[in-house]
Design a protein. Structure first.
Length: 252
């Protein structure tokens, strides 16, 4: 039976590493913040409705921007693994070569969007079945493949997708606990924001509801960005604690 993952101090280290990465990669971080603001503006003006039974316009935007974020994710992976820092041009070139990682990221965005769209039904029983059944399966699969993105993104780690899947066998609850603890502070902040904005605006008229949605999106923008960085850092932490092969220098 696999040994229990040692999780002591991981949450604090994850946030410390996340802010250190954003500060060290300040040019890349600034570029990604500008892109995130653009994403917010486009989705706000275009709305989330789309003439498709499968995916919303917002979902298409998220998929498109997930491709744009890939060089930044590569930069964070490399920073956390103490690899040589690449220029933005080299990061772009490497992200193009990491085509399997692109497919992997798009696949998760597409599946998540389709899962959300599938729950839009008048049947409460059907909605709960999709939410619990498909949601549970997706969560389990996400946990088992938690380090696959890192392996596909960074060359010469000497780890295969099969190795990544086998390494998480019997450790699903440990990995879930690690991710839950890391995300909990951000969830608490989001709940506090929701309550604060709701109290500040008061009763929800149509005008107040629109204002509330805009305020939520503005506040959630930095929270979502930090969450993206945090997720990437936690993947590296889990990768290292699973005892999978790594290296400190380029072998290209």
């Amino acid at each position: 039976m696999p040994a229990i993952l040692q999780t002591k101090g991981m949450t604090f280290d994850a946030y410390r590493m996340s802010f250190r990465a954003m500060r060290s990669l300040w040019r890349e971080t600034g570029t990604m913040i500008a892109i995130a603001i653009t994403q917010f503006v486009l989705i706000s003006f275009a709305g989330r409705s789309f003439d498709s039974p499968f995916i919303s316009l917002g979902g298409l935007f998220y998929i498109a921007f997930s491709i744009i974020y890939i060089p930044y994710l590569l930069a964070i992976y490399r920073h956390c693994l103490d690899l040589e820092r690449l220029s933005i041009r080299n990061l772009l070139a490497q992200s193009i070569r990491a085509r399997y990682f692109i497919v992997y990221e798009i696949g998760w965005q597409l599946i998540t969007s389709l899962w959300g769209e599938a729950q839009k039904t008048d049947s409460l029983l059907l909605m709960l079945s999709i939410f619990i059944g498909a949601g549970g399966l997706l969560l389990w699969l996400r946990i088992r493949l938690v380090v696959l993105g890192l392996i596909l993104a960074v060359p010469n780690l000497n780890v295969t997708a099969k190795d990544a899947f086998r390494a998480t066998e019997g450790r699903a609850w440990d990995i879930f606990f690690i991710a839950f603890r890391a995300s909990l502070p951000l969830v608490v902040i989001m709940v506090a924001v929701i309550l604060s904005v709701s109290i500040a605006i008061g009763p929800l008229s149509d005008e107040n509801r629109s204002l509330q949605i805009v305020l939520f999106q503005i506040v959630f923008l930095p929270i979502g960005f930090i969450g993206l960085v945090l997720r990437t850092v936690v993947e590296v932490q889990i990768f290292q604690r699973l005892g999978l092969p790594s290296r400190q220098h380029e072998v290209e």
